[in-house]
Design a protein around this ligand. Sequence first.
Ligand code: G6Q
Length: 549
Amino acid sequence: MITERTHPINESPVWARLHQHQRATRHVHMRELFAQDPLRFDRHSLELDGLLLDYSKNRITDRTLELLLELADAANLGQWMQWMHTGERINISEKRAVLHTALRLPREASLLLDGQDVVPQVHAELDRMFAFVEQVHSGHWRGFSGQQINRVVNIGIGGSDLGPLTVVEALKPYAHAGLAIDFVSNVDGQHLSQVLAQCDPASTLFIVASKSFSTPETLLNAQAARRWLVTALGEQAVSRHFVAVSTSTKAVRAFGIDTANMFGFWDWVGGRYSVWSAIGLPVALAIGTDNFRQFLAGGARMDAHFFETPFERNMPVLLGLIGIWYNTFYGAHTHAIMPYDHGLRRLPAHIQQMDMESNGKRVGRCGERLDFDTGPVIWGEEGVNSQHAFFQLLHQGTRLVPCDFIVPMNSHYPLDGQHQVLVANCFAQTEALMRGKTEAQVLQELAAISGDELDMLLPQKLFPGNQPSNTIALDQVTPYSLGMLLALYEHKVFVQGAIWGVNSFDQWGVEYGKQLASRLLDEMATGDSGQHDASTNGLVRHYLERKHG
Ligand code: G6Q
C-alpha cells in the first residue's frame, strides 16, 4: 500500500521558481502575447476526436508551461497516474483503489485487483443492466398491473444523482421515446411530492440509487415513494416497481427491495465518479444501450489520451496545470465553468461536486498539514444567460476569475441560425475577457464628450481584459463527446490533487454532514433544545415553537 509520506510540493525548488516567474510576468497582458505570436492558437490548442481545447487565452508563456511541467514532475504525477491506472490503493485513508477508468475498459481488456480481473465483473454487471433496459424499452418489463413503464424516478443524492442527471439532461436529443426520467434528491418533501404528482403508480419505475444504501435523504424519499406505491397497488407491486443500485446487497435486502432487481458496483468507484457504473442506469434507460456504450467509449478515449500522451500535449494535464497556475500562484479563489449549451446546464454542478469534494482538502494524503491553498471554488451557469447576469464582475470586477467556456459547434436544435448566435456570443466573451477595452478605444467612443463628464465616464468604460479562459469546443454534444468531456474533467481534478498531494478520493466533510443532523433530529423529537451554542439552541427552540403541529 502507498503510505509513504513525501515532501509537500511547496518545498520543491520549482514552486519558488513559479512564484518568482509569476511576479516577473504578472503585468504582461495577453494582448501582447497574441500580438507577438500569430501562431499562438496553433501552438496552444489541441484536438482529440472532435474535441478542441483552446488554452491560448491564458496568461502563460513557454517558460510558464516549462515550469508547470517541471512542477508535475516534481510531484511525481506520472507515477500517480500509473498507480491509479493499475489499481494501486491510492485512496489511502479508505484503503481503496480508484478505478472508475476500469468501468470504461472494453470487454477484452484486463485489470487485476488483488489477483482478480475486474473487467469481467464490470461487463457482467453492464450486461445485466443492459438486459434490463432492453426489457423496459421493449415492454417485457411491465408494472404490476400489466402497464408498460413510461416514467422512471431516480432517487439518489450527490454522486448518485448529479452525474446521471447531468448526462440525461445533456443527451435529451437521444431520449428513448415514451419514457420520461425524473430525479429526486432533496429530502425536502417538495421534491418528491412534485414529481409523484406527475406519476401514475401503475407505470412508474423507481430506481433507488445509493452506493452505501444508508444515506438518510435517499432512504426517506425511497420509503415515501414505496408507501405511495403500496397505497395505490399493494405490497406485492413493489418488486415490479422498485430496483436498486448499490454496493451493499445486505442494505438493499434490509430495505425490502428484491436483490434480483439490484445492480451493483464496487468500493473502488467513488460516488462522484460513478455515472459510468450501474449508477448510470437512468442514463441507459434514457438513451438506450448503444448510446450508453458510446458514452463509455468516449470516456475510454479520453483515458487513453490521458495515460498515453506526453504531458506537454496532454489535455487533462495542461488544464490541471494551468488551473494550478492561477489558483496557487495568482491566488485566484474560484474557477467558473460556462457551458454554451442549454442541455449542459447541470454540468457546472456536476464538475463542482467532482472537483470540490475531491480537492477541497486542507491536509496531504498522509495527514500532513498543507501551507497553501488547494481546490478552488467551482461555480458556473449556462452561457448567454450568465452574460446577462454575473459577467459584469468578470469584465470589470476586481477579481481574477479563470473560466472554461464549453460550446458545441453544431446544435441538435439549430433553429434558423440561432446556434450561430450562441457560438458568436461564446467566442466574443472569451475575446473581450482577454482583450478588454483600452483607453484609446474608449476615448474614441467618447469623442463627443469632454471635461468632467469625460473624466467621470472614461474609467467606467474601461475594460482591463487579461481575464484568462479555456475554450472547449465539441463538434456536437453526443454520448461519445460527452463521455470525453466528463473524463477530461475527472482527470484534470486528478492532476491537481496529485500535484497538491491531497487524497482526491475520500470525502470526510460529506460524511460529517451525514452525522450532523441526526443528533439535532433526536433532540427535536424529544423537544430538548440541546447543549449547543446559543445560536443553534435558539434556532432549535424557534423551530419547535413555530412549527405547526
Ligand atoms: C461522492 C460523495 C457523495 C455521495 C452521496 C450519496 O463522491 O461520496 O456525494 O455520492 O453522499 O451517497 P450514497 O450513494 O452512498 O447514497
